[in-house]
Design a protein around this ligand. Structure first.
Ligand SMILES: [Cu+2]
Length: 105
């Protein structure tokens, strides 16, 4: 093997290793007491980032207790998704604020 071929083989090996780790960050905007989008699809390993545009504190609280993110006024909050499944969430301060995350394995 020439050095060039070894380099190419190493490149492809790295690409294959990196595929399972290609996690995304999905943003949910919180504006005027609404989560948008209200429902989103993600994969295990992805991060959800809530961007709170309100001058109010909110939370993103999973109804199954898996996660609870506090969103201070004008601040962001994140959660890394660790389990597949569908999870409803709400805001503790404004229980009519609701969202859903559907996590594929
Ligand atoms: Cu709220």
């Amino acid at each position: 093997m020439t050095p060039g071929r070894i380099g190419l083989a190493a490149f492809f090996a790295f690409e294959m290793l990196s595929i399972p780790a290609r996690a995304e960050t999905i943003q949910v905007v919180v504006d005027k007491l609404v989560f948008a989008p209200a429902e989103l699809n993600a994969k295990v390993g992805d991060t959800i980032e809530w961007v709170n545009k309100d001058n109010l504190a909110h939370t993103a609280t999973a109804t199954n207790g898996d996660w609870n993110v506090t969103l201070a006024p004008k601040q962001n909050g994140q959660v890394v998704l660790k389990k597949p499944g569908s999870t409803d969430y709400f805001c503790k301060f404004h229980p009519n604020m609701k969202g859903r995350v559907v996590v594929a394995p």
